[in-house]
Design a protein around this ligand. Structure first.
Ligand code: PMP
Length: 402
């Protein structure tokens, strides 16, 4: 019989070692629960880094996928298909925008946003050729392609992958003075996560996002919000930008847009911005494919009810109250976040984030460390109140060394 250990060893032998997964092999899932190959059950408090906002194998999403699978899965963009128009129109409407550029993964959408901003800069703003600048923030995470790591401040993400793509300036996150200084004549875009996910769920100071909005408007610079992780309900609103009343010029979306079933991502903006492309200037064989559109349309319909956002807001309050109690007891040193999303720095006495993740795994709770002392908690938005409380109880006990 093939054991979990065998499967882990085979994966280690045949998969490039770009990840360091916890030693568990999942075989099935439903809602907030996962079951491993030995039949042990785990509460999922990570939700695929926000790709599983609706939980595992949600019947409505699986139903939409199954129906589409039996009818049509791919045409490529050489032809129209009957789910495409609705996908573009409804996604644009959900974002309060006009046009969509459909691609597949988060980083591909970020790359597409950079290309869009540059093309807009040259064709509309009149920036001289090859001079366009995009301003980004320190501590960002936008993915792992060569261009995107070119503006990462994480040494591990960059080491030995150069030469890097030019045209980016990095300013400290949350610093409006530095942002103002960086917005020079040839700046075409500011690209920011409204809450930085991989950095440890960093919420910028109140007023920062509205300040960036004002500055970018003044200087005719596109404000691009990467809501790949923060968007689609996670923070208690459809978009994290909404908490500060900010409407960016462009959203970058991914993860939960595909319901945890198919890779779906998109750049969403105005016709004045996305309309700069001409046929042949960008594309992807699988971008906007029928299966992706069918699942995303169901995701959009679910978000339209507002139920998931409301649940994230309500349970998020509970999550942050319980984490506040752990902070009060000295077992954690900092708690950040919004809605059903938290970055928790564990006290040195509890060991590293990795150690805490391993001890939680042994108790049937799945989380993943981010950096050193930080553990991220981001359950599916469909998690039950009692499940969440049980998970946090385990967290508290692990932190106190029980
Ligand atoms: N942007 C943000 C804000 C992300 O958190 C991530 C993934 N963690 C990405 C982009 C990249 O997404 P993907 O892994 O689908 O390429």
């Amino acid at each position: 019989m093939t054991t979990a250990e065998d499967l882990i060893a085979t994966a280690a032998a045949h998969c490039a070692p770009t990840y360091d997964p916890l030693p568990v092999v999942i075989a099935s899932g439903a809602g907030s629960w996962l079951t491993d190959v030995d039949g042990r059950r785990y509460l999922d408090l990570l939700a695929g880094y926000s790709a599983l906002n609706f939980g595992h194998v949600h019947p409505r999403l699986v139903g939409a996928a199954r129906a589409q699978l039996e009818r049509l899965t791919l045409t490529s963009r050489a032809f129209h298909h009957d789910r495409f128009a609705a996908f573009c129109a409804e996604l644009a409407e959900l974002c309060g925008m006009e046009m969509v550029l459909p691609v597949n993964t988060g980083v591909e959408a970020v790359e597409s946003a950079v290309k869009t901003a540059r093309k807009w800069g040259y064709r509309v703003k009149g920036v001289p050729g090859e001079m366009a600048k995009v301003v980004v923030a320190g501590g960002n995470f936008h993915g792992r392609t060569t261009t995107v790591i070119s503006f990462s401040t994480d040494p591990e993400a960059r080491a030995d992958f150069g030469p890097y793509t030019p045209g980016f300036e990095i300013v400290p996150y949350g610093d409006l003075t530095a942002m103002r200084a960086a917005l020079t004549e040839n700046t075409v875009a500011v690209l920011l996560e409204p809450i930085q996910g991989e950095s440890g769920v960093i919420v910028p100071p109140a007023g920062y996002l509205p300040g960036v909005r004002e500055l970018t408007r003044e200087r005719n610079v596109l404000f691009v919000a990467d809501e790949v992780q923060s968007g689609l309900g996670r923070t208690g609103r459809t978009f994290a930008c909404e908490h500060e009343g900010v409407v960016p010029d462009m959203y970058v979306l991914g993860k939960a847009l595909g319901g945890g079933i198919v890779p779906v991502s998109a750049v969403v903006s105005s016709a004045a911005v996305l309309g700069v492309f001409r046929p042949g200037e960008h594309g992807s064989t699988f971008g906007g494919n029928p299966l992706a559109c069918a699942v995303a349309l169901e995701v959009i319909a679910m978000l339209r009810t507002g139920e998931y956002q409301a649940r994230a807001a309500e349970l998020g309050e509970r999550l942050h109250r319980l984490l506040g109690e752990l902070r009060g007891s000295g077992r954690v040193t900092a708690v950040r976040g919004r809605g059903l999303w938290a970055g928790v720095d564990v006290a040195p006495s509890a060991g590293t984030g990795r150690r805490v993740s391993e001890r939680l795994l042994a108790r049937g709770v799945l989380v993943k460390d981010t950096h050193g002392p930080t553990v991220r908690i981001a359950p599916p938005l469909v998690i039950g109140e009692e499940e969440l409380e049980w998970g946090l109880e385990q967290f508290g006990e692990v932190l106190s060394g029980a």
